[in-house]
Design a binder for this molecule. Structure first.
Ligand SMILES: [Mg+2]
Length: 247
């Protein structure tokens, strides 16, 4: 059970839009797994969106959209599967088409990469630049397909600060993506290395808890601060600006 930080009156109070569990310091990790969409940036373009449709049409001849499928906190493979199940396909057929769909999606996103318009979330550049300059290991951990995730970070000008990434496919579930990222981080830094997750959705909080690592929630995607706080992350911030103000 989380409790509000019981700072005494003579200690600085966290800014509005900031919650930190008692004893937790968000800036004390050796490595950080950063979700991409809604956490580092928000895409103001349809490149990723259309790549799904392109792959569904090319591989299965399905003229479906990904509308009405929960995309926030989902993975690209999870989204494809949900659309195809809705169209009546069995998992065995879906699985057989996955490698081709992934190939088509990545090729289509690559072809349209010049149209990507990522908008960095507030203070993200300062936040990750600070962590990077402190030699923290920064890892992208996203439900995006790898090629697409890197294209977004590259387009946003922040790819160079990330050492590696853990993405969707062949993994399909967020907890597995985080588990892999944590494993790789500890392979680099040692088994005692502390690794925190930073994410913007309930799915990030739940997955980090499943993996057993602390989670910092940021309300820079579609979920509100209060909604994320209810799920008891170790820290919760309205945005990176509040995070930087809480050190
Ligand atoms: Mg996200």
């Amino acid at each position: 059970m989380t409790t509000l930080d019981s700072s005494s009156e003579d200690q600085p109070q966290p800014p509005v839009g900031a919650f930190v569990c008692s004893g937790f310091r968000w800036n004390q990790a050796d490595a950080y797994l950063f979700d991409i969409d809604g956490t580092l940036l928000n895409s103001r373009d349809p490149v990723h969106y259309y790549a799904f449709h392109h792959a569904l049409r090319k591989v299965f001849g399905v003229e479906a959209t990904i509308d009405n499928v929960p995309v926030q906190g989902n993975t690209d493979i999870g989204i494809l599967r949900a659309v195809l199940r809705r169209e009546g396909l069995a998992d065995v057929e879906i699985n057989a088409g996955l490698p081709q769909m992934v190939e088509h999606m990545c090729a289509e996103a690559q072809r349209n990469a010049g149209q990507m318009r990522p908008e960095l979330c507030p203070s993200i550049l300062e936040l990750i630049s600070t962590l990077y300059s402190q030699q923290k290991l920064l890892i992208a951990a996203s439900g995006n397909l790898e090629t697409i995730g890197w294209l977004k970070l590259e387009s946003a000008g922040i790819r160079h600060m990330f050492s590696f990434g853990s993405f969707s496919y062949p993994l399909e579930y967020r907890a597995d993506i985080f588990r892999q990222g944590v494993h790789w981080a500890r392979q680099r830094l040692g088994t005692d290395a502390s690794v925190y997750v930073v994410g913007d959705t309930p799915a990030d909080i739940e997955a980090a808890k499943m993996v057993g690592v602390p989670v910092i929630a940021v309300a820079t995607g579609i979920f509100k601060f209060e909604d994320l706080l209810r799920l008891e992350p170790d820290a919760c911030f309205a945005c990176g600006t509040d995070m930087l103000a809480t050190t």
